[in-house]
Ligand binder design. Sequence first.
Ligand SMILES: C[S@@+](CC[C@H](N)C(=O)[O-])C[C@H]1O[C@@H](n2cnc3c(N)ncnc32)[C@H](O)[C@@H]1O
Length: 185
Amino acid sequence: MLKTALHFSHQLLTDIVEKGDTVIDATMGNGNDTLFLAKLVDKTGKVYAFDVQKQAVENTATKLGTAYPQATLFLAGHEEINQKLSPVEKIKAAIFNLGYLPKSDKSIITQEDTTIPAMKAVLNRLLPTGRMILVIYYGHPGGEQEKNAVLNFCSQLPQEDFSVLTYQFINQKNNPPILVCVEKK
Ligand SMILES: C[S@@+](CC[C@H](N)C(=O)[O-])C[C@H]1O[C@@H](n2cnc3c(N)ncnc32)[C@H](O)[C@@H]1O
């Protein structure tokens, strides 16, 4: 069967992330991607994870337990990537899950004003063959605006430097998520 956007995002990460790599989970939420990335990079790698909600950081810390010291959790917006990471630190991959935290406050959503600067910070740090992946949920108020801004930004990236892919089921109800993968050449 064709993979969901979420499963395909993990496939795209598994394809390139190796033990020892440095990666970013830009929207920690309940920590599913943070855990997934921590397993891929293993103890010799690093995962930097961001979220603006204390609950998200706590849920992720609980999920990770003490077994993944390679993960650093920031109670901070992803727009602070350049404040939190050393200026010389390059990354192999980053993932954004845009939208709101399921079963939580639906008014706390990712927004283009902070998402786009964070994407720029990631792209400046991506290693060759590295990937920035976005899974865009957009069925909620404000989601459509962010989706359009993200797609517009990605479609204008120079093809000499980046390959950009979108993946979406186009005959499904209820706004299925759109996956975007930006690969640095
Ligand atoms: C769709 S959820 C992420 C789901 C997550 N990947 C998981 O495995 O559960 C989106 C998350 O983005 C967070 N968020 C909103 N604005 C943010 C920002 N500026 N920086 C980082 N995270 C933000 C929300 O608090 C929410 O937890």
